[in-house]
Write a protein that binds this ligand. Structure first.
Ligand SMILES: Cc1cc2nc3c(=O)[nH]c(=O)nc-3n(C[C@H](O)[C@H](O)[C@H](O)COP(=O)(O)OP(=O)(O)OC[C@H]3O[C@@H](n4cnc5c(N)ncnc54)[C@H](O)[C@@H]3O)c2cc1C
Length: 312
């Protein structure tokens, strides 16, 4: 609902989330405006303190969508510099790694940091006139008197534990939009709210979504072990045959290695801890030797959609 107490700003399009989806949408809208010699005001809200701060991904990057969006990215300073140089697929048992034919085709793909890519995309969006606001979490959907979505509001700050307003209290801001685009990524809170309230799964006869948890670390490893562009995926140990999931090892530049384990959240064993499985995985002889002598630079975890339309 609109509130008289809150400051309000109006846009043609309000986009929630400065991930690849939200920023690509913002850039495309502005490109279409230029082509049609018109203008639409577009803003992107991002809850991370800076764009990219909350983006967590592998990432092996398939450039087809970026080729369409920014065809000249190869001539620009895009942070996409490490082509996939080898692509391996291992089946792990407790002490051995068996090489299998890879079910993936990563020819022409790149090993990148998705956080760096969205930072670059955010600059591109701003150059086109998009207003990007990091540090603002959209926490409420605004509806007009006809129950039509009319924007979002950020949350109030400065509220004490008992719900009373502190001296530092500041009401949230309303961002009203003719169109509101939710690009919150997997299991976004506002998106879930809309899906439930408007019964979108039922009305679209959609199946329920399935999820996995991805745990990832970025390591700096020893020079001699680092092979820029090397991609390895594994299945098997430490997960049992009833648990869907696997690991990834992607060599970036600057001796960096992205290593992670993805575990589907429909695992049967209620005592299974994806975090502990990841710790075990790093002790495997084929993995441990790679990490020995290295240092962890960053770590995090994020859910992934397992269902839905997936392009291969
Ligand atoms: C461990 C892991 C490995 C992966 N590996 C690969 C890979 O190798 N290759 C590949 O193609 N894909 C990979 N993926 C999937 C890929 O990361 C996602 O498909 C992609 O990030 C989705 O982009 P998005 O813009 O929809 O959402 P996200 O990247 O999740 O971005 C959403 C953004 O919205 C912001 N946000 C969310 N809610 C709000 C709110 N209410 N208010 C304000 N801001 C909000 C978030 O902070 C975030 O910045 C991987 C994912 C994980 C977790």
């Amino acid at each position: 609902w609109f509130s008289a107490e809150r400051e309000a700003m109006s846009y043609d399009v309000v986009i929630v989330g400065a991930g690849p989806a939200g920023l690509a949408a913002a850039i495309r809208l502005k490109q279409l405006c230029r082509a049609a010699d018109t203008d639409l005001s577009v803003c992107v809200l991002e809850k991370g303190a800076e764009v990219g701060a909350h983006v967590l991904s592998g990432n092996v990057f398939e450039p087809r969508a970026l080729d369409e969006l920014i065809p000249k990215w190869r001539q620009e300073d895009a942070p996409i510099r490490v082509p996939v140089s080898s692509d391996k697929f291992w089946m792990l048992t407790k002490n051995k790694a068996w090489t299998l034919p890879s079910p993936f085709d990563n020819k022409g793909n790149y090993v990148i940091s998705l956080s760096q890519l969205v930072r670059w995309m955010s600059v591109k969006a701003e150059e086109l006139g998009v207003e990007v606001y990091p540090g603002f979490a959209a926490s409420e959907i605004l509806y007009d008197e006809n129950q039509i979505v009319a924007g979002v509001a950020t949350n109030d700050v400065g509220i004490a534990k008992d719900g009373s307003k502190r001296e530092t209290f500041q009401p949230g801001v309303e961002l009203r939009g003719r169109i509101t685009l939710l690009a919150e990524g997997c299991r976004g809170s506002l998106s879930e709210n809309i899906i439930t309230n408007h019964k979108l799964r039922e009305s679209g006869q959609g199946q329920h979504q399935t999820y996995a948890l991805g745990i990832k670390e970025v390591w700096e490893i020893e020079e001699g072990k680092h092979k820029p562009g090397s991609v390895v995926h594994t299945v098997g140990w430490p997960l049992d045959m009833k648990t869907y999931g696997g690991s990834f090892l992607y060599h970036l530049d600057d001796r960096q290695l992205a290593i992670g384990l993805v575990v589907a959240l429909n695992y049967r064993n209620p005592f299974l801890s994806p975090y502990d499985e990841f710790q075990k995985f790093k002790q495997h002889p084929a993995i441990r030797t790679l990490l020995e002598g290295g240092t962890v630079l960053q770590y995090g975890a994020r859910t992934l959609n397992e269902g839905g339309f997936q392009v291969r």
